[in-house]
Design a binder for this molecule. Structure first.
Ligand code: DGP
Length: 111
């Protein structure tokens, strides 16, 4: 098993889990881009968000519900959720994950 997030899910690589229920876990990003930067990750391996949508769209909905719950728990009045898909878009880990970023103001368009 080469996937780094699969290894986190089975406990082979340590991560501080913020959330672990049903089909989804969340943990702090190792390289945070904002005061809150969490990764919301399906326990089942999918390469990207499109694959989740094609195979089990309810997991995608659960990931966004978890984002809402965690943002609320941290008192964030606004937050950004991002799926990078493909290396050109900045995806570096090919196990789908939703970035939940907040706690500072963000610009648009994104870099
Ligand atoms: P992306 O570039 O969209 O594929 O995001 C991958 C994120 O995963 C990146 O922000 C850094 C994070 N990351 C990579 N390896 C690890 C790790 O071993 N532990 C944790 N907590 N985060 C990781």
């Amino acid at each position: 098993m080469e996937c780094i997030f699969c290894k986190i899910i089975v406990g082979e690589i340590p991560a501080k889990l913020i959330y672990d229920r049903n089909e989804v876990i969340a943990f702090d990003d190792i390289n945070p881009q904002a005061p809150t930067h969490l990764l919301i990750v399906p326990k089942k391996h999918f390469e990207n968000a499109g694959e989740i949508a094609e195979s089990d769209a309810e997991i995608l909905a659960e990931m966004f519900r978890v984002a809402k719950e965690l943002a609320k728990g941290r008192g964030l009045s606004g937050y950004r959720t991002v799926f990078n898909t493909g290396a050109e878009a900045g995806q570096s880990v090919f196990h789908a994950h939703l970035h939940l970023i907040g706690g500072r103001a963000f610009g648009w368009p994104p870099g």
